[in-house]
Design a binder for this molecule. Structure first.
Ligand code: XMP
Length: 323
């Protein structure tokens, strides 16, 4: 597969020419048809949405699937950001489906699988199957292709993930406009497309979203806790040069003290990483004042939390996420 798809290296990337070529290519493929895509607010799907919109206008249907495990205000923020750019995004509330798939699961891989299956087979799969769209725009990038070929991810195999039999569904076409680019190239194209820096320059965020930061069962209540802690960490660390930062909700409780009473409460772990590629990473030397400020805010503002720790382990042996 990699031999068929040629990477466009950063030094060879002319964003204007790239955008023109992709817009023309999408238009030529879709013609008068209808295309669909799922926007997550991440860099890849945001760039694909803009390319698709430029090429197709109202012939493109863009959906944002609210899975209940996003960061605070994220669905509304993304819908609003795209509205400003003239792109209508349909918000699909699928929270119940995701939480019912996650119910009772504690194993990290089972949790990931439940999220993937619910997204592709149940929710997006259903929307695609029910729509009249004959074209699916997807944000596969060059690294995804490489990782698929190397057997690390199945990212590229979206038709099978959707439960679509290409033989039966003759005529169905997947369009992958950013397949020749790596992330840095995608970010450059995003900037050239007029996306806000808060979108094209966002720190990485995992596919399983906040579920990757809840150790143990992922319930609406436990996600709400990690979401609040995440919002505080985001506020406090935004603008630093760190590669990525996160808050994790632990499964084990510890003894704390509140109002002179013993409170067997929750633990939140903070991580903040220096890295260039996420393959290796080192903990950021955050000032002690900043660390204690985050601990104070989290124990004051997030109900039930009595302990906040900072992870000082390198990757490897740690990973960036907790689950
Ligand atoms: P890890 O935790 O493997 O993360 O060191 C490496 C980078 O990939 C991002 N990322 C994910 N991590 N599951 C993950 O565990 C995913 O589905 C996923 N998607 C992206 C992660 O945030 C980190 O930047």
């Amino acid at each position: 597969m990699t031999s068929e798809i040629k990477e466009i290296k950063l030094k060879d990337l002319d964003t204007k020419a790239f955008i023109e070529r992709q817009v023309k290519g999408i238009r030529a493929k879709v013609g008068k048809g209808v295309a669909i895509n799922a926007l997550s607010g991440g860099v890849d799907s945001s760039v694909v949405t803009m390319l698709g919109h430029r090429a197709l206008g109202k012939q493109l249907r863009t959906v944002f699937i609210e899975n209940g495990i996003m960061r605070e205000g994220e669905p509304q923020r993304v819908v609003k950001a795209f509205k400003r750019l003239g792109v209508e995004v349909e918000l699909i509330d699928a929270k119940r489906e995701f939480f019912s798939a996650l119910k009772g699961l504690t194993d990290p891989e089972e949790k990931r699988e439940a999220i993937t299956q619910t997204f592709y087979k149940d929710v997006f799969g259903r929307i695609v199957r029910e729509s009249k769209a004959k074209y699916l725009l997807q944000g596969t990038n060059f690294t995804d292709v490489e990782e698929t070929v190397a057997g690390i991810k199945r990212q590229h195999n979206i038709l099978a993930q959707l439960g679509i039999d290409t033989k039966k569904e003759f005529g169905y076409l997947v369009i992958e406009p950013i397949i020749e680019l790596r992330k840095t190239g995608v970010r450059k194209v995003g900037k050239a497309l007029g996306l806000l820096a808060e979108i094209y320059d966002r720190p990485p965020f995992p596919g399983p979203a906040l579920a990757a930061r809840v150790i143990g069962e992922v319930t609406p209540q436990r996600v709400a806790i990690v979401r609040k802690a995440t919002a505080i960490v985001d506020e406090e660390l935004k603008g630093t040069k760190a590669f990525q930062w996160l808050a994790i909700l632990h499964e084990d409780k510890v003894t704390g003290l509140r109002g002179n009473k013993r409170d067997f409460g929750l633990q939140v772990e903070l991580r903040c990483w220096n890295s260039t590629d996420a393959v290796t990473a080192t903990p950021t030397r955050i000032s002690f004042e900043k660390l204690t400020k985050m601990a104070d805010r989290i124990t004051d503002e997030v109900p039930g939390v009595v302990s906040v720790t900072y992870n000082v382990t390198k990757k490897p042996p740690s990973t960036i996420e907790a689950v």
